[in-house]
Each structure stands twice: as C-alpha cells, then as structure tokens.
Design a protein around this ligand. Structure first.
Ligand code: CAA
Length: 261
C-alpha cells in the first residue's frame, strides 16, 4: 500500500485535485525495479477511480527523477527471464492512464527514467535535469518505449544521436529539442509543476481526459484519422454539463464551476 514501510513510492492526495506520486529509492537514485513498477501501477489504478483526483504529479528527488531501470535486478537475467514475464510491460499502466500526468523532473532522468518521463503528458524540467538513453553503453537498447517516444518527440537525427552514443542532454538542450514542456529553477520545481497540475485538475475532468486522448492520438495515427477522431470527441463534449457551464460562465463574465460530467 501507499504507506507500507518498505514502499518505494509516496502517494499524497491533495485537496486541490492533484495526487503527487514521489519515487522514493534514494540510495539507488530511484532506479526503477519491479517493485517500483508494481507500486506505481497500483497507485494509478486507485487514482483512476478516484473522482476527486483530476491530475497526477509524478516526481523523484532533487538528485534523480530516476537513473533508469534497475541494472542490478537485470544483470544476470536470461532471455526467458525477460520474455516470459514481458519485462517492463507493467509500465504501460503509466502510458495508458487516462487522466493527465505532469512529470516534475530534477537531476537524472536516464534510460527508463527518461522513458518514464516521456510517458507523462506535461514534462516540467528543473534547470538541473539531465536526460539521456545510455542503454547502449550497457550493451542494450531502450526498453520502455524510448526508441519510439524519443524519436517522435525530438525527431530522428537527435534520437539517433542520443540512442547510439548514449550521451546526456541538459535541460536547455532538452527544451530546445522539444523533449520538455518548460524549464524552471530547481528550487521552484515542485511549486511550479504543482501549479500546472492544479490548473489542469480545476478543469472539467471528462474534457481533460478527452483532450489528453486527442493529443495522444497524434502519436499513433495518421493526420486524417486524428482530425476525424478529434472532431467526433469534440462533438461528444456537447453532451456534458461542463460544456454548458463553461460557455455560460464565459457569457455571464464569471468563473466556471465544473462538476466533472
Ligand atoms: N540501476 C541500479 N542501481 C543504480 C542505477 C540503476 N540504473 N543508477 C544508479 N544506481 C545506484 C548505483 O549503483 C549506486 O549504488 P551503490 O551506492 O550501491 O553503489 C547508487 O545508485 C548511486 O549511484 P552512483 O554512485 O553511480 O552515483 P553517481 O552520482 O556517481 O552517478 C549516474 C550517477 C551517472 C546516474 C550513475 O549512477 C549511472 O550512470 N547510473 C546508470 C544510468 C543508466 O545506465 N541507466 C540506464 C539503465 S538500463 C534501462 O533503463 C533500460 C530501459 O530502457 C528501461
């Protein structure tokens, strides 16, 4: 559970509609082992069903968001040790989560840490953040979606550079390349990312979920299909109370009071 003494994550449900998940394996720079994966997936499953939560904020420590998958856990594994349990597939729980996830990244986001950050929807980086896919130096390749999501985020030339050389990227270069949403001073990271998450959580929940699904579609389908999908779900929002409220509030020059349906 969230509060187990040996838990590798901390979960804080705030009253502003934001749930903060903090990766907490400080001695291993938040290396992502199976326990972290299972605990993150279990936390998200609970938050999916919690109507009071409109956005998740995922973060690590000042030193590391996550320094990658746990190398010590994998070092001696065989092909079948990886293949039969479909190693890393549990992380699909993050990619498939239906509410927005804001990643607040300080320090190392390497390998699986970079891949986990890329599964999130809004990526706020501290000026201390370091991104990279160093797997090649271990004789492996990214295995949590990095070769795909990084390429879609930054384009082929930069993705090839990073995946083939394993070099790191500072926050500035990451922002220029389109890997991160915003950079903030390290001291302000949690406050600024928290504000972004709270802003999202204050919107209509179904609208936010549909907006996320629409943008995510752009990564998975053709432009024509994506535009068609967007138009259909756009129409569907006119079945919500929140659309009526949002437009009425604009016309009446007041703040909307979204009810989440
Ligand atoms: N797995 C397991 N343990 C890790 C780890 C990882 N990915 N990253 C760091 N650690 C551990 C270190 O082994 C060390 O433990 P001990 O104190 O028991 O020796 C502790 O965390 C602190 O790390 P360092 O002493 O190395 O700290 P540093 O400041 O000198 O270096 C670092 C920091 C550059 C991030 C360095 O730790 C490092 O290079 N880590 C590995 C990065 C990496 O290769 N990530 C990719 C992993 S594979 C992967 O992610 C596959 C995938 O696609 C999903």
């Amino acid at each position: 559970s969230d509060t187990a003494a040996d838990a590798t994550i901390l979960v804080d449900r705030r009253d502003d509609g934001v749930a903060v998940i903090t990766l907490n394996r400080p001695k291993a720079l938040n290396a992502l082992n199976l326990q972290v994966m299972r605990e993150v997936a279990a936390a998200l499953a609970e938050l999916e069903g919690d109507a009071s939560i409109g956005c998740v904020l995922l973060t690590g420590s000042e030193r590391a968001f996550a320094a990658g998958a746990d190398i010590k856990e994998m070092a001696e594994a065989s092909y079948m040790d990886m293949y039969l349990p479909d190693w890393f597939a549990g992380w699909d729980a993050v990619a498939n989560f239906r509410k927005p996830i804001v990643a607040a990244v300080a320090g190392y986001a390497l390998g699986g840490g970079c891949e986990l950050a890329m599964m999130c929807d809004v990526l706020i980086a501290a000026d201390t953040a370091t991104f990279g896919q160093p797997e090649i130096k271990l004789g492996i390749i990214p295995g949590m979606g990095g070769s795909q999501r990084l390429t879609r985020a930054v384009g082929k030339p930069k993705a090839m550079d990073l995946v083939l050389t394993g070099r790191n990227l500072g926050a500035e270069e990451a922002e220029r390349a389109g890997l991160v949403s915003r950079i903030v001073p390290a001291d302000d990271l949690l406050e600024e990312a928290g504000k972004v998450a709270a802003t999202i959580a204050a919107m209509s929940l179904p609208t936010v979920m549909i907006a996320k699904e629409s943008v995510a579609r752009a990564f998975e389908t053709t432009l024509a299909e994506g535009v068609r999908f967007e138009r259909r779900v756009f129409h569907s929002l006119f079945a919500t109370e929140d659309q009526k409220e949002g437009m009425a509030a604009f016309i009446e020059k007041r703040k909307p009071n979204f009810v989440g349906r």
